[in-house]
Design a protein around this ligand. Structure first.
Ligand code: COA
Length: 416
């Protein structure tokens, strides 16, 4: 089956997570992604948090599947020459170096556009161009702080908190992938490439948009009725951390189930959807709450919402998180067990859908990785192993017209 992005050649000048997550997605969908790495060391994540000596770390393998690896010292003239050849025949170059690194290497946007006016040049940086912090190098947690996620995550009596989800890294990579695909469609109309830039701060903020909503509501009315601070606590002039509150119009909380005393994940998330109040009361065996004025409306419930959550926890006390969800689903109540990574890794539904896949790697043997979360009716993206460092160097150089002697010489001077 031909894949939609087959024939699109991408120079993957990315490292760590934000850039590689973007190019991996495009590779899953058929693009020919050539990862350019420094000879000898490669992407730093190959060595980070290794669990098997001498084998690429899972951090690398899980972000670089379906790609080729070309080692190239792009600071040496011979390496630059190879890169220029590659640029002339590629559709996209993706990079997430520190600010100014590509310019210092001699590949500014102007130069790239001169070498290949049809090429799309896509970049991730910590902050957008012209921002007063645009000289900063940025990693995940820095972006979560700069994009508003940290100040609004966690509990009100604790410090700003980082999410385990890669809001700064992979999320930015996903935004960049959308930008690249948009620019490719644009090129189909204009024949011209363009520069696509996504900052980690902007991508985090884009996901925190409801908190920007809340800031404006707070400034207007002085309180946020869906936050645990309402109506008994105090609000300042900034959006507070709301613990496990729902965040939208539906109150919710993480509630203890049977076994929580010894199992730190024996919890469910329970949502009190306004119009589902009657089925909730029926599920909990509390029919008297249905028409009780103290419970009947969302407004009436909010002042004692934690007493209601406490009653639900009483109901949950003799049910495991799975048993509870099996009952509540029959009443159409939005809820889920709090799942651990172990439970997710072994979930047969996720294996069947290709969301978690087992891949064979030349050095590691088999490992688990995430597959495409995007499902298509006409294509099932297949996940293949990440490349060894420089595994495709000779293949790529040959395709660029280099002879065996040329390739030998490039190896000799360690340009590749
Ligand atoms: N050959 C020769 N030199 C190479 C090379 C290659 N194949 N690949 C990279 N380099 C050089 C770069 O040119 C740069 O050199 P210079 O600083 O002398 O100009 C150098 O390697 C280091 O690049 P840099 O990206 O600054 O690495 P770093 O390890 O210091 O910083 C980050 C890492 C992630 C903090 C930084 O890249 C960054 O802020 N990126 C943008 C935001 C981002 O994507 N963050 C990561 C999210 S996971």
């Amino acid at each position: 089956m031909t894949k939609p992005l087959e024939g699109i050649k991408i120079i993957d000048f990315t490292h760590v997570q934000a850039g590689p997550a973007c190019t991996q997605l495009l590779a899953w969908f058929g693009a020919d992604v050539i990862k350019v790495e420094r000879p000898g060391s490669g992407d730093v994540t190959r060595n980070q948090l290794r669990d098997i000596p001498d084998a690429d770390a899972l951090y690398f393998t899980m972000l670089n599947s379906n790609k080729k690896s070309l080692t190239l010292d792009t600071k040496k003239p011979e390496g630059k020459e190879v890169l220029e050849k590659l640029i002339r025949e590629s559709d996209v170059l993706v990079e997430n170096f520190g600010p100014g690194a590509l310019d210092r290497m001699g590949f500014s946007w102007e130069r790239l556009n001169e070498l290949n006016p049809k090429m799309i040049v896509a970049s991730v940086k910590g902050f957008s161009d012209g921002h007063h912090y645009d000289d900063l190098k940025v990693y995940e947690n820095v972006a979560q702080c700069a994009g508003g996620a940290a100040s609004t995550t966690g509990f009100w009596d604790g410090p700003p908190t980082i999410s385990a989800a890669a809001l700064g890294d992979s999320n930015t990579g996903m935004h960049l992938a959308i930008g690249i695909l948009t620019a490719l469609i644009g090129r189909g109309k204009t024949g011209k490439g363009q520069k696509v830039a996504v900052s980690m701060q902007d991508s985090v903020l884009n996901l925190c948009r409801v908190k920007l909503r809340d800031q404006q509501r707070l400034e207007r009315v002085g309180y946020l009725e869906e936050y645990p601070q309402y109506p008994h606590g105090e609000f300042s002039d900034v959006v507070p951390r709301g613990g496990n509150a729902g965040g939208g119009g539906q109150p919710g909380w993480v509630l203890k189930c049977k076994g929580w005393e010894t199992d730190p994940n024996a919890y469910i998330y329970f949502t009190i959807q306004g119009h589902a109040w009657e089925p909730i009361c029926k599920a909990l065996g509390k029919p008297e709450w249905i028409d009780d004025p103290a419970y009947k409306t969302a407004e009436a419930r909010q002042p004692h919402i934690f007493e209601i959550f406490g009653t639900i926890e009483g109901w949950l006390a003799d049910k495991t998180k799975f048993e509870a969800v099996d009952i509540l689903r029959k009443f159409d109540i939005p809820c889920a067990p709090v799942l651990t990574m172990k439970e997710l890794a072994n979930d047969p539904s996720l294996r069947a859908s290709g969301t978690i896949v087992e891949v064979q790697h030349k050095k590691r043997g088999s490992y688990l990785t995430v597959g495409s979360p995007i499902k298509f009716s006409d294509m099932k993206p297949e996940v293949t192993a990440s490349p060894l460092l420089g595994e495709h160097t000779d293949e790529v150089l040959t395709s660029l017209g280099y002879s065996r002697q040329d390739i030998f010489n490039l190896h000799e001077i360690k340009a590749v």
